[in-house]
Write a protein that binds this ligand. Structure first.
Ligand code: PMP
Ligand code: GLU
Length: 399
């Protein structure tokens, strides 16, 4: 007889982005000619000077535990980054270095949520936020946004969602999955609202450097001391420096929050990998030219993808202003038959597309965005052209 598992563990769904990616990789290993647009991770290699710093650290024996919440030198580099990029003054004691921004986010929710506390999450959202809130015994409260509104929520909407149990709101600008970026004016209003209601803002700024055209990234924490006190800024090196596998993320918050996050981390994981921390210092303090190269490539791919999608009858998308994802609207092709099967939702679309066209996209359902599927353009132009050719043929029933 098996013993029951915890209700909490059973309530958590697996990450759909990682699930699609795993499916894509296993098909590829079997020799199937599949094109993947699942997990969003830069296809570029980690810049050489960063790798060299890590290799040097290994040779010099930098292979022991560091302080649980991260090395002082890395915290100082993070403080410098916040000052330079965001005009924010933080002390090293306000910084916690974690095993990826994913871990930083889990720490953040664990630090602020008591059982039953509500966390407002605007949809479409990155798949992990609601599950992370549940892990922290919080209750995710989803507020929908629309494509017509640029996938942005209004102050009225959060006003209506706030209850005495509201603890925080999640902001993710530039957004995964929509690529939406809040303007400084919009952020200022959200900041005023959060301060007036005394609610925390978890501001996930991991895509801050990946903004296109004239779009500017602004940190919500920069609108004065009150909002800075209430904000936990989350960032990391995964996307900016093509360092997804190194697992370094960080937070900036008030000292009280930083302290409890560090305490929890000291029991859960201890310090993030010592060598990866040295690599992160090289990333933050070294030359930044590689970011521009990646950004230029992402922008070209975005432009191509957006134009192609909007030229296919039945499909459409908005032009994203940042990150490296496109949300493709499939509502016009739903409830129609393709290859003898009725497609009624984004899961079925993604399923049959993978089966017939061998193209892996992530269904909108996991992002709280039924009627959409997500493309990642953090892959080669060659893959993008091939993927779109296949999707076009699929839609025209020509496969
Ligand atoms: N936030 C968002 C919005 C993301 O897309 C990702 C990518 N996985 C993360 C956080 C976490 O990144 P990482 O754990 O690799 O630092
Ligand atoms: N953030 C990326 C994505 O959304 C990587 C996968 C993940 O961690 O969910 O695809």
């Amino acid at each position: 007889m098996s013993i029951n598992l915890s209700n909490k563990s059973l309530s958590i769904s697996p990450s759909s982005t990682l699930a699609i990616d795993a499916k894509f990789k296993s098909m590829k290993e079997k020799g199937i000619d599949v094109v993947g647009f699942g997990a969003g991770e830069p296809d570029f290699d980690t810049p050489k000077h960063i790798k060299e710093a890590a290799i040097k650290a290994i040779h010099e024996g930098f292979t022991k535990y560091t302080p649980a919440s991260g090395m002082l030198k890395l915290k100082e580099a993070v403080c410098k980054k916040f000052k330079q990029d965001n005009g924010l003054d933080y002390k090293p004691s306000q910084i916690v270095i974690s095993n990826g921004a994913k871990h930083s986010l889990v720490n953040a929710f664990m630090a602020i949520c008591n059982p039953g506390d509500e966390v407002i999450i605007p949809a479409p959202f990155w798949v992990s936020y609601p599950e992370m809130v549940k892990l922290a015994d919080g209750v995710p409260v989803i507020i929908p946004t629309t494509e017509e509104n640029g996938f942005k929520f209004t102050i009225e909407q959060i006003e209506n969602a706030v209850t005495p149990k509201t603890k925080a709101i999640v902001l993710n600008s530039p957004s995964n999955p929509t690529g939406m970026v809040y303007t400084a004016e919009e952020l200022k209003k959200i900041a005023e609202f959060a301060v007036a209601r005394n609610i925390y803002v978890i501001s996930d700024e991991i895509y801050e450097k990946l903004v296109y055209d004239d779009t500017k990234h602004v940190s919500i924490a920069s609108f004065g001391d009150d909002i800075k006190e209430l904000t936990i800024v989350v960032n990391g090196v995964s996307k900016t420096y093509a360092m997804t596998g190194w697992r370094i993320g960080y937070t900036a918050s008030n000292e009280r929050i930083a302290k409890v996050m560090g305490n929890m981390q000291s029991h859960a994981t201890s310090n993030p990998n010592s060598i990866a921390q040295v690599a992160a210092i090289a990333a933050l303090e070294g030359p930044q030219d590689d970011i521009e190269v990646m950004k230029k490539a992402f922008q070209e791919r975005r432009d191509y993808m957006v134009n192609r999608i909007n030229s296919i009858d039945g499909l459409s998308c908005k032009k994203p202003e940042g990150a490296f994802y496109v949300m493709m609207n499939i509502t016009k092709i739903l409830n129609k038959e393709y290859y003898g099967r009725m497609i009624t939702n984004s899961d079925e679309f993604a399923d049959i597309l993978l089966e017939k066209a061998k193209v892996a996209l992530v269904p909108g359902s996991g992002f709280g965005a039924e009627g959409y599927v997500r493309w990642s353009y953090a892959t080669s132009m060659e893959n993008i052209v091939e993927g779109l050719n296949r999707v076009e043929k699929f839609i025209k029933n020509q496969l």
